[in-house]
Design a protein around this ligand. Structure first.
Ligand SMILES: C=C(O[C@H]1C=CC=C(C(=O)O)[C@@H]1O)C(=O)O
Length: 387
């Protein structure tokens, strides 16, 4: 058996430096995980079934953990499977990576899908549909397609993401068909450590500003926005109800806190629970929680249907979940946002926002523009943020 799970003398920077397309990398402020090679891949469209087979696969292979992704659409008609890899080697290291910034080539073509004006039209349609279909919230996204005249340097993008977002979750995962998902998300779907489960839903956003006075004012406007408080409350209600059956106690703060990424202000509520059944794994919990209204809407099925009607693309793994689960059932699953899917010489960036009855189309467009900045900044393409 050549599974290696080493207490590695390598630093997080070493692990990020070793990352190559096809590997799995997950870095947080506390630690980095690099998984390489493949003993087995497990694909399954039903995430609960996927979660139920993984403990057996880990026991059979003797591997310490499995890594991978869940797609956005985990509904009964989905064609996109959850995709987990049992890696050949696993390296972990404490701390966040610190590396020099890498310079990337510029794309030769950029296209917004849909166009900004079409996205605003979709927001108007979503607001109308919320009323006519009795939805509380739906999350609408748009995409930026970038083409290069050489292979997309995924490795450099991932390292720049990790360096630029050290307090968040930078990830890179292999997708079916040799594609890769890369991103840096602030949002943890859940972490399971023994009997403790922790989730930090994010919803409600305002762009950061380079001007400190405007920046502070944006944060204050978010903190006091009734529209964003509502958008946030819908997510917390859902997450609490989804976790409740698994937990014998749940600690939910009375209101959200204001937090930042380098690109965005957010509302976040940290939720901690104690599991009733220690056999429920991190992946079982991810399958039960996903998709939250932070990336889909409420009620889930109706919101997903509306999203699929109004967005002119399949989300694939954007707004899915990315993470790992180990043989003890512990693991971390992040919400796969602020990300891009990379093919050979092309990539698609995604950004979305929660739509509630009080949403304004221009503000929603600006919010997605700001969310693209996470990826664009890592690529040295800040100027493209207005496309
Ligand atoms: C759907 C995205 O963000 C979600 C997470 C945090 C805040 C959000 C918001 O305020 O709309 C979104 O729910 C995205 O970045 O593509």
């Amino acid at each position: 058996m050549d599974v290696v799970s080493s207490p590695d003398p390598a630093t997080p920077a070493d692990l990020a430096a070793r990352y190559q397309r096809g590997d799995f990398l997950f870095t947080t402020a506390q630690r980095a995980l690099l998984a390489q090679g493949t003993i087995r891949t497990v694909t399954e469209t039903d995430p609960r079934r996927l979660a139920s087979v993984i403990p057996g696969v880990l026991a059979e292979t003797g591997a310490p953990l499995a890594v991978g992704v869940l797609p956005f659409d985990t509904g009964p008609d989905t064609k996109v499977p959850g995709y987990l890899v049992v890696p050949r080697t696993v390296h972990r290291s404490e701390g966040a990576p610190s590396l020099p910034r890498e310079v990337l080539p510029a794309p030769v073509r950029v296209r917004a899908v849909p166009s900004p004006s079409q996205h605003m039209e979709a927001v108007r349609s979503a607001v109308a549909a919320l009323a006519s279909r009795e939805l509380r919230k739906a999350v609408l996204a748009r995409a930026l397609d970038l083409e290069f005249d050489s292979p997309v340097p995924a490795e450099s993008i991932v390292r720049n993401l990790a360096v630029g977002n050290p307090r968040h979750f930078t990830y890179a995962a292999e997708l079916p068909g040799g594609r890769s998902l890369v991103g840096a998300t602030p949002e943890l779907l859940l972490r399971r450590t023994g009997r403790t489960v922790f989730s930090s839903p994010h919803a409600g956003s305002m762009p950061r500003s380079a001007d400190p006075v405007t920046d502070r004012a944006n944060g204050e406007a978010l903190r006091t926005s009734r529209k964003d408080q509502l958008e946030h409350a819908v997510v917390i209600d859902y997450v609490v109800e989804a976790l409740r059956p698994f937990c014998r106690s749940l600690d939910v703060p009375a209101g959200p806190e204001l937090v930042t990424t380098p690109a965005i202000w957010h509302l976040r509520t940290p939720i901690t629970g104690e599991l009733a059944d220690p056999d429920v794994t991190a992946l079982d919990l991810a399958a039960a929680l996903h998709p939250t209204p932070a990336i889909c809407g409420t009620p889930t099925d109706e919101a997903r249907e509306l999203v699929q009607e109004l967005e002119p693309f399949d989300r694939d793994y954007y707004a899915g979940a990315v993470g790992w689960v180990d043989a003890a059932g512990d693991g971390e699953w992040a919400v796969a946002i602020r990300c891009a899917e990379i093919a050979s010489t092309s990539m698609r960036l995604y950004a979305g926002g929660g739509i509630v009855p009080a949403s304004d189309p221009q503000a929603e467009l600006d919010e997605t523009t700001a969310k693209f900045r996470t990826l664009l900044t890592a690529m040295g393409l800040e100027d493209l943020a207005g496309v």
